[in-house]
Ligand binder design. Structure first.
Ligand code: AMP
Length: 302
C-alpha cells in the first residue's frame, strides 16, 4: 500500500569527530523516503529551491519515490548545520535557514490523496494538519514526529494535530517534555489522552520502545563499533517502520513488532556513514540479514 510523507528536503552541513561535510542532501523526509522505499512506494510532499541539484533529484527519482508533490520555488533549499560531541550523544544546531520552507503550503497531488499510510515528519503542526485534511477518507495508519521547538512554540496546534494521529514517534526527551512526566510509561498514558493510541519512543543508542494497549515492546539499537554520524537516524527509523507496515499492508501487533526491528535496522545503517552515504549503497539483502541478526541478538530460552 502506498505511503505518504510530508517533511523537509534539505541541504545539511555535518561535523562529527569522524569528519566533516560542507553540503549534502538531507532533511527528515529525504531520510524517511529513502529508507521506506526499500519496502514500498512512497509519495513525497515537500519543497525545494532553485539550488536543488539535479543529481540529488535523481537520487529520489531512481528509487520508488514519487516526487510530483515536491514543489519547486524560487529561492534556496532549507539548510541545516549541526555538530556532534566526541561520543556522538550530543548535538548542537549551528544553523537553521528555513529559506523556501518558510512559506511552505503543502498541496497534495490528486493521486496522493488516497494514501492509506501517512507519516507527518517533523514540521510545523498546522502544516501537518493541513496535509491530513487533504487525504481522502480515513487512512489505515497515521504517524507523526515532532520536536521541542514545536512543543514549546505551537503547543495548541500540536494538540490539535495529535488528536488525529494513531502513532506518535518521538525521542525520549521530547516524550518527557510533552507529557511533563519523567517515567516513559506514565508519559505514554498521558500522551494517549491527547489522541495517539501508540507511542514509539526513539532512544538513540538505547534502542526504541513501543507502548500501546497491549503493553510494551522494546528493541535494542544494533551494536556498532564505529558509528560516524547520527543525523537522520530517527527519520530512517520512521522510514523503516512505516515502510515495512505499508509494504505488509498491516497494523497487527506482530507487524508492529517487526516494524520496530526494521526501523532499528534502517537507523543503524544510517549512522554507519555520513549523511545518506550508507543508505544509498544499501541492498535489500543487507536489510534482511541485519533483521535476522537482530532476532539472534534478542533470542533466549527460559
Ligand atoms: P534528525 O537527526 O532525526 O534530527 O534529522 C536530521 C534532519 O532533519 C537533517 O537532515 C535536517 O535537514 C532536518 N532538520 C533539522 N532541523 C529541522 C527542522 N527544524 N525542521 C525540519 N527538518 C529539520
Amino acid at each position: 500500500m502506498s505511503l505518504l510523507v510530508v517533511g523537509s528536503v534539505a541541504y545539511d552541513a555535518l561535523e562529527s569527530p569522524y569528519g566533516k561535510v560542507e553540503r549534502t542532501l538531507g532533511g527528515a523526509a529525504t531520510y524517511f523516503s529513502v529508507s521506506a522505499s526499500f519496502f514500498t512506494h512512497v509519495n513525497l510532499v515537500g519543497i525545494v529551491g532553485d539550488d536543488f541539484d539535479p543529481k540529488d533529484e535523481a537520487i529520489l527519482r531512481k528509487r520508488s519515490i514519487d516526487i510530483e508533490g515536491l514543489e519547486r520555488k524560487e529561492g534556496k533549499c532549507f539548510f541545516w548545520a549541526g555538530r556532534y560531541s566526541e561520543n556522538l550523544n550530543e548535538r548542537v544546531t549551528l544553523v537553521t535557514d528555513l529559506n523556501v520552507f518558510a512559506e511552505f503550503k503543502p498541496r497534495l497531488p490528486e493521486k496522493y490523496r488516497n494514501s492509506e499510510f501517512v507519516f507527518l515528519a517533523n514540521i510545523a503542526p498546522d502544516l501537518q494538519s493541513d496535509v491530513l485534511h487533504q487525504v481522502k477518507g480515513t487512512p489505515k495508519l497515521v504517524a507523526m514526529d515532532t520536536m521541542n521547538y514545536w512543543i514549546e512554540r505551537t503547543n495548541a496546534d500540536l494538540r490539535e494535530t495529535l488528536g488525529h494521529v494513531d502513532i506518535l514517534m518521538i525521542n525520549d526527551s521530547e516524550t518527557r517534555q510533552l507529557s511533563s512526566e519523567h517515567n516513559l510509561l506514565r508519559a505514554a498514558k498521558h500522551i494517549f489522552k491527547m489522541g495517539p493510541s501508540t507511542l514509539v519512543v526513539k532512544r538513540g543508542e538505547y534502542g526504541a520502545m513501543l507502548v500501546d494497549k497491549n503493553g510494551v515492546f522494546s528493541v535494542p539499537a544494533f551494536p556498532l563499533e564505529e558509528p560516524h554520524d547520527p543525523t537522520g537516524a530517527g527519520d530512517s527509523f520512521a522510514g523503516g517502520f512505516m515502510g515495512y507496515l505499508a509494504g505488509a499492508g498491516s497494523t497487527s501487533d506482530a507487524s508492529l513488532r517487526r516494524a520496530m526491528v526494521y526501523g532499528s535496522v534502517l537507523g543503524s545503517f544510517t549512522v554507519e556513514r555520513f549523511g545518506l552515504e550508507r543508505l544509498l549503497k544499501l541492498k535489500k539483502s543487507e536489510i534482511h540479514a541485519r533483521a535476522r541478526h537482530f532476532s539472534k541478538l534478542t533470542q533466549f530460552k527460559l
